[in-house]
Design a protein around this ligand. Structure first.
Ligand code: PEP
Ligand code: CO
Length: 457
């Protein structure tokens, strides 16, 4: 089967063979497809479709991440836990992009640092699950693994693991990314439209605070205009996509050899991360992603040992390349202050300079009395504070945040200044997977992080 594009440079056959070495290794969290034939067809299709992102963009992102790792930029990564095909609409995508742009402005204004904007978008269609199956009232079906694998409805038809969905995931990612590119380069993301991004969101305290910040930015821009500044640089913004590198049957056919350099890139997204459940040192995911040029993230939960950490660095960043590796800690608010210092200290002897970012979502899950998967906004904030404290004590840089959020007015996480309570979840809970911060909670969080960044200086 054709797996790579034709290239103009000679490709080292060992590089090509290496890309398939994962097939010899244990691969956690892979679906069992209903048909091998259908799978082969989807892979053939994917292997011929154009790349979603370009190697040159990926290289620029690696440089940006290197800047953040050196304390000269901050990474904002956010989006759905699981994107769905149904929610890839213009309104929903726009609300997510607007929310990320607003958060970035708050962070940038508070910290005076460039903010790297990255969506968990245009590819986040596959989920790891704690069990292969789900049983309801005596009926057992395959667990929902994300829209790239099967449907959420609890029927045999919908839960069928259907490889055709891999191709639909590609096309949905392509149209999502097309709109993102239009919004972020077509004038919508112009900093002079900073008020526009707030339109359409309901009135609330976080928005009011944002509006007053937007006024200050206007004043600064008017001042600069009077001084004769050139605003071409404000017209557009870089925006990167990311997803968990989970499904080999999606990311492998979308791995291509860069014609400039003869090296492999995953072209389904700029930044790929390895999840907490698939970061086994001798497993397929670490092996595969060690062989591609994209910047790679690794989730680190509270059981991560310093030995694991060192071995991950040796495998994923053998050349100690700035911008290559990002550690995404997700310890839980109650654990971060105890579990993280040893990891940060251990890195000091490794000559690797990873970017450290906090995911204050995945270590703080709870189930409410009325049966919803939720998170308390206060716990999320507390983990972020703990992350900053640990880095302050170690003299290292707290370089970013990784958030599950939506631009819509949902009620999935408890608390925030709107004081979302358990009853509210019954009316406005939409996530098919983990609970997300809504628009207002996302803005509130960015104000807190901006304050923490400002007070570092
Ligand atoms: C996620 O980011 O949605 C996720 C599953 O995270 P983790 O691997 O940290 O549990
Ligand atoms: Co999640």
């Amino acid at each position: 089967m054709a797996r790579v594009n034709e290239t103009t440079v000679a490709v080292d056959p060992q590089i090509l063979a290496g890309l398939d070495n994962y097939r010899n290794l244990p691969a956690a969290q892979q679906p069992t497809w209903y048909s091998e034939e259908a799978l082969a067809l989807s892979q053939e299709t994917l292997s011929k479709l154009p790349p979603l992102v370009f190697a040159g963009e990926v290289d620029t992102l690696r440089d940006r991440i290197a800047q953040a790792a050196a304390g000269k930029a901050f990474l904002l990564q956010g989006g759905d836990c699981a994107e769905t095909f149904a929610d890839a609409t213009a309104d929903r995508i726009r609300n997510r992009v607007k929310t990320l742009l607003q958060m970035a402005v708050v962070l940038m204004y508070g910290s005076s640092l460039p903010v790297i904007k990255m969506g968990r978008m245009a590819g986040q269609f596959a989920k790891p699950r704690s069990s292969d199956t789900e049983t309801r009232e005596g009926v057992t079906l395959p667990a929902y693994r994300g829209d790239a694998v099967n449907g959420y409805d609890f029927t045999a038809e919908s839960r069928l693991n259907d490889p055709k969905r891999l191709v639909q995931a590609y096309h949905t990612s392509a149209s999502t990314l097309n709109l993102i590119r239009a919004f972020t380069t077509g004038g919508f993301a112009d900093l002079r439209s900073v008020h526009e991004w707030n339109k359409g969101f309901t009135d609330n305290p976080a928005n009011a605070r944002y509006e007053s910040l937007a006024k200050e930015i206007d004043r600064a821009i008017q001042f600069m205009a009077a001084a004769g500044a050139d605003f071409e640089g404000l017209r557009s913004t870089e925006f990167y996509t990311s997803h968990e590198g989970l499904l080999f049957d999606y990311d492998r056919p979308l791995t291509r050899i860069d014609s400039r350099t003869g090296t492999p890139y995953v072209v389904s997204g700029h930044f790929i991360w390895i999840g907490e459940r698939t970061r086994q040192l001798d497993g397929a995911h670490v092996d595969f992603l060690s062989r591609v040029r994209n910047p790679i993230g690794v989730k680190l939960g509270p059981t991560t040992s310093t030995d694991d950490l060192k071995r991950l660095v040796d495998k994923l960043d053998p050349n100690r390349e700035a911008g290559r590796l990002t550690f995404i800690t997700r310890m839980g608010a109650g654990k971060i202050r105890e579990e993280m210092p040893k990891l940060v200290e251990a890195m000091k002897s490794m000559e690797s300079t990873p970017l450290w970012i906090t995911d204050p979502m995945h270590g703080n899950g709870i189930t409410t009395k009325n049966g919803y998967k939720s998170r308390r906004f206060d716990d999320v904030m507390d983990e972020v504070r703990g992350f900053f404290e640990v880095h302050e004590a170690a003299g290292t840089f707290p370089g970013g945040i990784h958030i599950e959020l939506t631009g819509d007015d949902v009620a999935e996480c408890l608390g925030g200044s709107e004081q979302i309570d358990e009853a509210a979840l019954e009316a406005r809970y939409e996530s098919l997977c983990d609970p997300r911060l809504n628009h207002m909670q996302s803005l509130e969080l960015s104000f807190l992080v901006a304050e923490l960044l400002a007070s570092r200086k």
